[in-house]
Design a protein around this ligand. Structure first.
Ligand SMILES: C[S@@+](CC[C@H](N)C(=O)[O-])C[C@H]1O[C@@H](n2cnc3c(N)ncnc32)[C@H](O)[C@@H]1O
Length: 236
């Protein structure tokens, strides 16, 4: 059973497009601010690209999407296919477990940039124990050494007191992985959000190497249940 994708996810995403718009725009701005260092992109956990920017994808010569959800490929083509065709991007949508096959994918496309599109924070739901999640994430990041890769993923999630859409999402700003003030800066930001303890830890705090510049974003995933998304790029 796919706990983080499938029909339920598509239905929720389709209905939530207005509520998710500002987070989607923040992700797009963050993506567009990055220099493109390769012609080819592998997008893992693509789903239908509900939060993805066609404009950013249009910077690549080819985009290969991966998702375990069989509905993802046709829906991704439906949402992004026409825009990518106009921009001359070759799009290939694959169905399968890209995380297990990651070493093969990296070998097959040694120059491609890898982007994990809100999938690494879901591994904790696919493993029975915390240490298994941490080991799985560690083996993924080890496999990526010497590659240009990026990720946006859940860092934490939980209940908030703030109503939606009456107030703007509080800016999470930037932090640096491992910097001393990182925890207090994000705690203050969660406080401005009206976060109600306890929040669920998605066990992604060690994904990025020390010194990585991180962008923090709030995502009003459900009206009273928000996610702290963290995004970063790693260069070899
Ligand atoms: C939270 S959704 C991300 C949605 C997507 N990025 C978007 O903007 O709509 C997580 C996605 O990751 C997919 N997924 C989970 N494990 C995966 C794996 N091992 N390989 C490929 N996709 C996976 C799920 O099927 C789901 O579609």
């Amino acid at each position: 059973m796919n706990l983080t994708g499938g029909l339920h996810w598509h239905w929720r995403a389709w209905r939530a497009q207005a509520r998710w718009r500002s987070t989607r725009a923040q992700i797009e701005d963050w993506l567009l601010a990055q220099p493109v260092s390769s012609d080819d992109l592998i997008l893992i956990g693509a789903s239908a690209g509900w939060m993805m920017s066609s404009t950013w994808l249009g910077r690549y010569r080819s985009v290969q999407t991966w998702d375990i959800d069989p509905l993802a490929a046709p829906l991704f083509r439906w949402r992004h296919g026409a825009a990518l065709k106009i921009q001359g991007v070759r799009l290939e949508c694959r169905t399968g477990d890209a995380l297990t096959q990651l070493p093969n994918l990296l070998n097959e496309q040694p120059q491609a940039t890898i982007f994990f599109d809100n999938v690494l924070g879901q591994i904790r739901f696919q493993t029975a124990r915390t240490d298994q999640t941490e080991r799985r994430l560690h083996s993924i990041t080890q496999a990526l050494r010497s590659r240009h890769w990026g990720s946006v993923h859940d860092r934490m999630s939980g209940r908030v007191l703030k109503a939606w859409p009456h107030e703007p999402l509080p800016e999470g700003g930037q932090t640096v992985q491992g910097q001393a003030n990182e925890a207090s800066a994000t705690q203050q930001w969660l406080g401005r959000m009206g976060a109600q303890s306890p929040w669920l830890d998605h066990l992604t705090d060690s994904i990025f190497p020390e010194g990585t510049c991180l962008t923090n974003m709030a995502w009003a995933m459900k009206p009273g249940y928000w996610h702290w998304l963290q995004a970063g790029w790693v260069r070899p």
